[in-house]
Design a protein. Structure first.
Length: 185
């Protein structure tokens, strides 16, 4: 690819991140080709890693004090909230809770698709290639290639792992192809 072409892509992504009010240096890791819509709310940025060619839709809220890892190629719809900590309420010094927080990291595998208005709670792990239906509340562990939906989210299907792995081996990652201008109809 030409340097001019790659420069245009870099500038478009940098502009997207700038418009969202994000400073790359605040994050533990912010990969190439990341695009974040605005408005965007984020805290605990130093505990957040976002892999390359990840898209985060407008209205997202990431509370990273307990750690959030989003691996490459993930697409996150609008108004998604990810929590990685909760107030301590068991044996608390006050009610309904006290000043302490219980941190539990969240991990989201490669090429996960998360629909709009999803809530992900502390300690959740979403496996590679999974799809999370819009409006779901996700807790615990989601196995790779699972399709989950609901509140609480339950497995409603699974992806074809061999087809997924074929596309992955060919580097056919949607948001990457879209940004590089190689998306084919």
């Amino acid at each position: 690819m030409s340097g001019l072409f790659l420069s245009k892509i870099y500038n478009a992504v940098a502009n997207s991140i700038h418009k969202a009010g994000i400073r790359r240096t605040k994050f533990h890791l912010l990969g190439a080709g990341v695009s974040i819509g605005r408005p965007f709310h984020c805290s605990g940025e130093r505990n957040i890693s976002i892999g390359e060619y990840t898209y985060i839709g407008p209205g997202a809220k990431l509370y990273g004090v307990g750690g959030i890892t989003i691996e490459k190629g993930t697409i996150i719809g609008p108004d998604v909230t990810i929590y990685s900590a909760n107030h301590v309420f068991r044996d608390a010094h006050y009610i309904p809770y006290d000043h302490r927080v219980d941190t539990k990291p969240v991990s989201i595998g490669e090429n996960v698709w998360i629909g709009g208005n999803v809530i992900i709670v502390p300690g959740t792990s979403i496996g590679e290639g999974s799809i999370i239906g819009a409006g779901s509340v996700v807790t615990g562990t989601v196995a790779p290639f699972s399709i989950v939906a609901g509140n609480p989210a339950k497995v409603i299907g699974s992806r074809d792992a061999s087809h997924y792995n074929k596309l992955k081996s060919e580097n056919k990652i949607y948001f990457r192809a879209k940004q590089l201008g190689t998306l084919q109809q």
